[in-house]
Write a protein that binds this ligand. Structure first.
Ligand SMILES: *Cc1c(COP(=O)(O)O)cnc(C)c1O
Length: 350
């Protein structure tokens, strides 16, 4: 059984959150003299003089319909990075509790933990980038509050076996956070459908990748209403600005545009992968369920430096565990990919 009182820091259960003007009066009509706002339009002539909805209710209603969840199962953050930080601060006592990650994986879990003086346990992936479930469950101790599962994983690009993740959900009694930043590019369905079954499940998604809105900074956490309420208690009151909320609602009215872009990127991913495999210095192109390819190339870092000299910037992942000589290459536009391929054909490691 999941006991949230064992997962969440005790003082946060007791915390009385900041009550904003928009918490105390939620009506939309009247003369608003309660929030010390400027009654006139902003100096640029746009009407951003009012504070935004602290709970982003309109967005959550649209997302709830799109994702088949209830609005009280949704949290919105300033990027998923804010959700990662808040989840750690919600559950982990500094200098006492720990989180568990499976390298090579996304760097923010460990960085957020370290900023908060929370220890990080690591269990390496297998050489084919899958989970070592038995070892993970063995490493977990009473102070382990969160396991971060990035699937599709960054930087390896693959999804983990669903049965392995289910085993973690069933046997670990802290939070299992599944980071699905790249789920729109994957062949497998989201874990969101299992929220009702696992109260300790948190699914992270983002507007930064498939939706093409990284500059706006909006990420989502889907979880049981208890966890969502606790996140709301500790978040900065107005963490998503009004302009951003408007743009996200516009995007949610154009889901088909996102789907079209995803289809195009998937076709390019396939083409790019095939072209890269023909290049002699490329030793392996890993299969991908994301919008990037992990590529093992002769010389590793040398290839990275060469590409930089050609003004093509990829991510050098060659220092990460299990990723020797590997570059992570984002799928670009057709012409960008073309230029990458032409440049790599001319690359000489010696
Ligand atoms: C890109 C990425 C994110 C997105 O972070 P945002 O803060 O929402 O931009 C989250 N997780 C992983 C694994 C990523 O690669």
């Amino acid at each position: 059984m999941i006991d949230f009182r064992k997962i969440v820091r005790p003082h946060i259960w007791e915390l009385k959150p900041y009550s904003s003007a928009r918490d105390e009066y939620t009506g939309t009509h009247g003369i608003f003299l309660d929030a010390n706002e400027n009654p006139y339009s902003s100096v640029t002539g746009e009407s951003f003089n009012r504070y935004p909805d602290p709970y982003q209710r309109s967005i959550k209603e649209m997302l709830a319909t799109l994702k088949g969840v209830s609005p009280n199962q949704i949290f919105l953050g300033n990027g998923s990075d804010e959700a990662i930080d808040l989840l750690i601060r919600l559950c982990c006592e500094p200098h006492q509790d720990n989180i568990l990650i499976m390298p090579p994986t996304y760097g923010m879990y460990a960085v957020s933990a370290e900023i908060n003086c929370v220890k990080v346990k690591e269990v390496l992936l297998t050489p084919d980038f899958q989970l070592r479930v038995a070892e993970i469950l063995q490493q977990v101790d009473a102070q382990t509050k969160i396991i971060f599962v990035c699937s599709p994983n960054n930087p390896t690009g693959n999804c983990f076996r669903q049965a392995d993740i289910l085993e973690l959900l069933e046997h670990f009694h802290g939070l299992v956070v599944i980071d699905e930043a790249y789920i729109d590019f994957a062949r497998i369905p989201s874990f969101i459908t299992l929220l009702g079954k696992f109260p300790n499940l948190v699914v992270l998604q983002t507007f930064s990748k498939a939706w093409g809105m990284a500059g706006l900074r909006v990420g989502m956490a889907y979880a049981s209403p208890t966890i969502i309420q606790l996140l709301n208690k500790i978040k900065p009151p107005y963490n998503i600005g009004e302009h951003t909320q408007q743009k996200i609602m516009e995007a949610l009215n154009e889901v088909h545009r996102k789907d079209e872009m995803v289809a195009y990127i998937l076709a390019e991913r396939q083409r790019l992968s095939q072209e890269l495999q023909k290049i002699s210095t490329i030793e392996y192109v890993y299969p991908s369920d994301a919008n990037f390819l992990l590529v093992r190339i002769k010389g590793g870092k040398k290839a990275y430096d060469y590409l930089i000299s050609q003004l093509i910037i990829v991510r050098d992942r060659s220092k990460m565990a299990l990723c020797q000589d590997c570059l992570r290459i984002t799928v670009g536009t057709k012409s960008e990919n073309e230029m990458l391929i032409e440049a790599l054909k001319m690359y000489q490691p010696n």
